[in-house]
Design a protein around this ligand. Structure first.
Ligand SMILES: *[C@@H]1O[C@H](CO)[C@@H](O)[C@H](O)[C@H]1NC(C)=O
Ligand SMILES: *[C@@H]1O[C@H](CO)[C@@H](O)[C@H](O)[C@H]1NC(C)=O
Length: 331
């Protein structure tokens, strides 16, 4: 696994805000996604010593050791688990764990679309994590009999669960972008990504999910890897207020618009369920506009590829976590 595949994910770990408030307790949390929420599945699939997350600074500020998270500290899913009174969500592949209070199916590098799609387009060298949403869903369905064993008891069980879907999609787009495919081609993946999210969401609903948080994507045009790969001498390629790349942020906004539209459709179709859109986009933009507010070095971090000095992450996590808890009326 190439180190660079993951570098650009670091700064994304942190910004998560939810567009409406709940004050609700759950009996379990089930999470699907990629490195923004993987709490340790990837090292159980690939040899950890070949991964950048196998050593410090990963895990440095909170756990004191690498834990398989793409962060120096905790992820949003960790803060959420804590806020709802759960232990850290165990990675599904850690066999022998008790999953009654939830499981984490997220795998770093995972795509929404199945890997065969990328292989069929000559992108198999870049897309190498075969734990797409459909594979993660299969894991969930494998786990299910150990949690409940009648339709009725399952519906009852999952009606008290929080289902988190995403962030997912970043890797579906970063794969062709890293191969410098045309933006037209990359945009054509968006409906397929949304369809994959739609399919997994509906399957979870069939299984009894009633409370679902679906997360949008963070702005790709602010990722260090793309600011480097797509560096331009034309001023108009950049948003002057953030220094991020306009075209790639347009791509992310397109994805997020389609995702919100999907949620609107779900709200109509399943009027008694709860769908929450979690926004990763605006908080990153706010941060890029006003880095000093969140820690002076952030602007520089976003604009370089550095992955080694992650000290600012925990500060922002803290800020973001507090605002999240306020929104969820937990503090
Ligand atoms: C990916 O995983 C799925 C489920 O385990 C499997 O059916 C499929 O063959 C795998 N694909 C590749 C390309 O490894
Ligand atoms: C499954 O059913 C058996 C017997 O009907 C019961 O003893 C067991 O606790 C059930 N398992 C779960 C997870 O509900």
């Amino acid at each position: 696994m190439k180190l660079s595949i993951f570098i650009f994910l670091h700064f994304l770990l942190i910004f998560f805000h939810v567009t409406f408030s709940v004050s609700q307790q759950y009996s379990s949390i089930f999470n699907f996604g990629d490195s923004l929420s993987d709490t340790g599945n990837l090292p159980l699939i690939l040899n950890a010593s070949t991964l950048p997350i196998g050593s410090l600074p990963y895990g440095m500020t909170f756990f004191g050791r690498p834990t398989g998270r793409f962060s120096n500290g905790r992820l949003i899913i960790d803060f959420l688990a804590g806020a709802f009174g759960f232990p850290f969500l165990p990675p599904f592949l850690a066999r022998g764990k008790d999953f009654h209070q939830g499981a984490n199916f997220a795998v770093s590098g995972a795509t929404a679309i199945d890997i065969e799609f990328f292989q069929g387009r000559g992108l198999g060298d870049i897309a190498r994590v075969n734990q797409s949403l459909s594979v993660q869903l299969r894991w969930f369905e494998e786990l299910k009999p150990s949690l409940c064993n009648s339709t009725r008891s399952c519906k009852d069980y999952f009606s008290k669960s929080l289902f988190m879907i995403g962030e997912i999609g970043v890797n579906d787009y970063s794969t062709p972008l890293r191969a410098r495919r045309s933006l037209k081609e990359v945009r054509s993946y968006v409906p397929k990504v949304i369809e994959a999210v739609s399919t997994v969401t509906e399957r979870l609903i069939e299984n009894g999910a009633v409370d679902l948080v679906v997360a949008g994507d963070p702005p790709l045009g602010c990722f260090g890897v793309f600011l480097t790969l797509y560096m331009s001498s034309k001023k108009e390629d950049y948003d002057p207020s953030t220094g991020c790349l306009n075209k790639l942020n347009d791509l992310t906004r397109y994805h997020n618009r389609m995702l919100r539209r999907l949620l609107e459709q779900f709200r109509t179709k399943y009027a008694r369920l709860r769908f929450t859109y979690a926004d990763y986009y605006d908080p990153v933009i706010r941060l890029a506009r006003n880095p000093t507010r969140y820690g002076a070095s952030i602007g520089i971090q976003i604009k370089t590829r550095s992955s080694s000095s992650l000290g600012w992450i925990s500060r922002i996590q803290q800020w973001s976590f507090k605002s999240l808890l306020r929104r969820w009326r937990l503090i």
